[in-house]
Design a protein around this ligand. Structure first.
Ligand code: F1P
Length: 597
């Protein structure tokens, strides 16, 4: 990279921090200057752009506008929170640690509580962690965005989980400091301080917390945050809210928001466990060391850029042809596959079948609160073999995701079955340097695959390794599914055009996007959005007088509402004409550009 290119790259690394950069938007909703042209980039370039965005998570604080993951203040709070959890671990009677969130935040709450309850079980301790996800367990693998707007539901679900407990340490996660579901839970904690100690995890400064009124409530997310800030002075509440920079695809908090959530929660719980069970004191140095291990994890994918670009290309091709991408995973990496796949539906307006994940052992491995979720949520490898494999051919891509500690014999068996139907089989697997176990089987799997990304980690394996494998896999899968949809033409500049308008946050984001792309005033954009939602050319008073929840409820069954509204705004055409244009030009990016030119 030349000197001037480097300076340019460095300045775009920080450009979003300027007070003049998209000043009306919180960090989590800003567009990232690094990915402005991602929609026109090659697969190799997409991989590098996404990595550069991820590396913003660990930018130094010096001279920065916002606090960072490793800022003194953040590390200090992480230590205090870890000490609170340590107390519960040492005396778990009538106590609970609850992690809760909506969408990706709830999914990570599930993943992290599962891992740490498993760790407790291995030590013959009873579980102390519980997770809550807005919309219940089906939200683990599908988008249930309406419950996110319901603070009472949040509060009731927290009460239910904590029934009979005398001491609850509650961690509410909302990347954008915005979900009413979480605000309701935090409010409950603030009203009952004798039982609940609240922690908020998110990635905006507190003054950017959402301040829109929540129907039926006297508080907003911001007012709850302000009350927490007061209590934080006496360490009765905690706020962990470093900035990690705007998402690569604007507002897609499943990416950095999710990764940073995983990092923070694991750093805290790992330190608490070490303190409670191996007498390792909680220190600033220990916390920083763990953070640095994650920072190093981010470098691992960089060493595999070429292989990643090839995989991204293959996945993009399958999606462009209207074919499938299937992840077949083992253990926690399998869960990450399930999560990444299910997020493609709300994030890219993808079909449920486009990208699907399956996990070895299905619900037995998952051990989720509600157990098997019925025929709409089939997730085991057996389900894949019966329901999906028969219809696959070389245009469908299958990706094996595992580590050397998984049952490699089982991986090989499944690879052989898949290979009978498609040669488009690939693998990503993690191994520790020098570990020669199952080498022969591994070689056989490599021979069956069109490409294999072998990620070798330095030995000896440390206690952090599993968590690093998981983070690395999350970054990798997020890049794969995002890149493949970019190649499919689902993104315009770095905005997801075809977003589902199924909750108030997404409704506001859609209106803002229409304003940005059409240059029309807000009222006109909202009118166009409502036309598309209600499928009418004239918006009636009855429609305009309804509240946002009625609009988002109606939008659940609609497709392409934002692209339709934009075409109407740009051309002044009727809804029927806009539908026709989009039918003729299904690649949303091209349809929009045709209208703009
Ligand atoms: C929660 C969330 C996101 C999802 C979408 C809708 O956001 O479900 O995970 O990708 O943006 O909202 P947050 O409360 O963590 O900001």
């Amino acid at each position: 990279m030349s000197g001037s290119e480097w300076t340019c790259r460095l300045s775009s690394m920080h450009e979003w921090e300027s007070p003049y950069y998209e000043p009306s938007l919180p960090v989590s909703e800003k567009s990232n200057p690094l990915t402005r042209d991602i929609d026109r980039a090659s697969s190799g370039c997409i991989v590098r752009m996404l990595q550069a965005c991820d590396s913003q998570m660990f930018l130094e604080e010096a001279g920065a506008t916002y606090q960072r993951l490793m800022s003194d203040e953040v590390v200090e709070t992480l230590m205090e929170v870890a000490k609170k959890v340590e107390l519960i671990l040492k005396d778990p009677r009538d106590s609970l640690v609850v992690l809760s969130g909506c969408g990706t935040s709830g999914r990570l709450a599930f993943l992290v509580t599962s891992a740490f309850n498993r760790a407790l079980k291995e030590l013959n301790q009873s579980p102390v962690y519980s997770y809550i996800i807005a919309g219940g367990d089906k939200a683990l693998f599908s988008s249930q965005e309406a419950p996110e707007d319901d603070p009472k539901l949040g509060m009731l679900s927290l009460k239910e989980v904590c029934e009979g407990k005398k001491r609850v340490f509650f961690v509410g996660i909302s990347c954008g400091l915005s979900a009413p579901f979480v605000a309701g839970q935090l409010d409950l904690c603030l009203q009952n301080p004798e039982v609940y100690t609240p922690v908020l995890v998110g990635f905006n400064p507190t003054h950017q917390a959402r301040d829109e009124p929540i129907p039926g409530c006297s508080f907003t997310f911001r007012s709850v945050v302000q009350r927490m800030e007061e209590l934080a002075k006496s360490k009765k509440a905690f706020l962990i809210n470093p900035a990690v920079g705007p998402e690569a695809i604007s507002g897609s908090s499943r990416m950095k928001g999710g990764s940073a959530t995983k990092i923070l929660l694991e750093v805290v719980l790992y330190a608490a466990h070490a303190a409670a069970f191996t007498h390792t004191p909680i220190t600033q140095q220990g916390i920083l060391q763990h953070m640095r291990a994650y920072e190093k994890t981010l470098e691992i994918p960089c060493a595999h850029n070429e292989g990643m670009a090839a995989l991204l290309e293959a996945a993009g091709k399958s999606l462009q042809r209207g074919r499938r991408v299937c992840y077949l995973g083992w253990g926690a990496l399998g869960v990450l596959g399930l999560i990444d796949a299910s997020e493609c539906v709300p994030t890219f307006g993808a079909d449920y079948e486009d990208v699907r994940g399956f996990i070895s052992g299905g619900y037995n491995e998952l051990k989720n609160n509600e157990g098997p979720l019925g025929p709409d949520f089939r997730i085991s490898h057996e389900d894949f073999l019966h329901l999906v494999l028969p219809s696959l051919d070389d245009h469908d891509m299958v990706l094996l995701i595992y580590t050397q500690t998984d049952d490699v014999g089982d991986v090989e068996k499944l690879a052989r079955r898949v290979r009978e139907k498609t040669s488009n089989l690939h693998a990503v697997y993690h191994r520790v340097d020098g570990d020669t176990a199952a080498t022969v089987q591994q070689d056989d799997i490599n021979k069956l695959c069109l490409s294999s990304l072998r990620i070798t980690w330095p030995s000896p394996a440390s206690g952090l390794l599993q968590m690093q494998w998981e983070l690395c896999t999350k970054l990798f899968l997020n890049a794969l599914s995002t890149g493949a949809h970019v190649l499919k033409g689902k993104i315009y500049q770095n905005h997801m055009m075809d977003l589902q308008v199924t909750n108030s946050k997404l409704y506001c984001r859609a209106t803002r996007l229409l304003q940005k792309l059409s240059g029309c005033p807000e009222s006109k954009c909202e009118e166009a959005l409502l036309k598309a939602v209600y499928k009418v050319d004239n918006v009636t008073v009855e429609i305009t007088s309804s509240d946002i929840s009625t609009h988002t409820h109606t939008a659940r069954t609609r497709t392409k509402v934002v692209p339709l509204a934009l075409v109407c705004l740009l051309t002044g055409c009727s809804l029927a004409e806009a539908e026709l244009r989009l039918e003729q030009q299904p690649i949303v990016r091209d349809a929009v550009e045709a209208c703009l030119s």
